[in-house]
Ligand binder design. Structure first.
Ligand code: ADP
Ligand code: MG
Length: 256
């Protein structure tokens, strides 16, 4: 993994994969994202934490334009995300997303879940798509479940299929929005381990999670949000042992 700088100001632009520049967004009167500057370098793992309602999910959703922004810009690999159209669809496919609620297609098999996007969006032929899907399913440890339907799998298995499905699109960056929050405790680790491995393999990742063990071991940087703002960002060790802001201190005292 490349050496990753701590702040936007020191990030080598050539290596900047995701750039949010002064992003603002409102939901009615609620200023949900306020002056967000965030740069994620290629190969970097950024963990986003913060209290419920602070805007973490909205931030994730702006990165692939599931949410529009009121002002500021979002760029992926040097290309600004347009409002709509074919170019947006193409850029969006570069951003893999894994949600809290696995969101698999219930009436498709596991294998079909992982081939569908490849065939429809990437125009991969069926045989090649299936080959790739089986490899990815093996990689996340659910190769034996390929012909089952999502409901026949445990939550941890379903979430790993969701990760395989996102990876099948060859994303440049993977977004994870509380991927283990809906899981029974005994299944959390099997999903975190897959994410750890991805991080080690050099995938660029933005991960919203309250799993501090993951943050400590996999993150290059922790971004702490409160009330729609990035309040603090630091390397994990520094953040957890010596948070600077009162908001972060208060938050950590409640969860650690
Ligand atoms: P987090 O993921 O940090 O819990 P969210 O990004 O989900 O926070 O939400 C931030 C705030 O925006 C919350 O107050 C939430 O109720 C509000 N919000 C989120 N989505 C919408 C929406 N589609 N319409 C109106 N308000 C929303
Ligand atoms: Mg959320």
């Amino acid at each position: 993994m490349t050496e990753v700088p701590l702040t936007k100001d020191t990030a080598p632009t050539a290596d900047a994969l995701v750039v949010l520049d002064n992003v603002n967004k409102h939901f009615g009167a609620l200023h949900v994202l306020q002056d967000i500057d965030l740069t994620v370098a290629r190969g970097e793992v950024v963990v986003v934490i913060g209290p419920s309602g602070s805007g973490k999910s909205t931030l994730c959703r702006t990165i692939n334009r599931l949410e529009t922004v009121d002002s500021g810009s979002v760029a992926i690999d040097g290309k600004p995300l347009p409002e709509e159209g074919r170019e947006l669809a193409r850029l969006r496919a570069d951003v893999g997303m894994v949600f809290q609620s696995f969101n698999l297609f219930a009436h498709k098999t596991v294998l079909e879940n992982v081939t569908l996007g490849q065939i429809k969006v990437r125009r991969t032929d069926k045989k090649a798509a299936e080959e790739k899907a089986r490899k990815l399913l093996d990689r996340v440890g659910v190769g034996a479940q390929a012909d089952k339907y999502p409901a026949q799998l445990s939550g941890g298995q379903q979430q790993r299929v969701a990760i395989a499905r996102a990876l099948a699109m060859d994303p440049k960056v993977m977004l994870f929005d509380e991927p283990t929050s809906a899981l029974d405790p005994e299944m959390i680790n099997e999903v975190l381990e897959v994410m750890q491995q991805l991080a080690r393999d050099g995938m660029t990742m933005v991960v919203v999670t309250h799993e501090m063990g993951f943050a400590r071991s996999a993150a290059n940087r922790v971004v702490f949000m409160a009330d729609g703002r990035i309040v603090e960002e630091a390397e994990p060790e520094q953040f957890f042992s010596n948070p600077r802001s009162d908001r972060a201190k208060d938050f950590l005292s409640k969860i650690l």
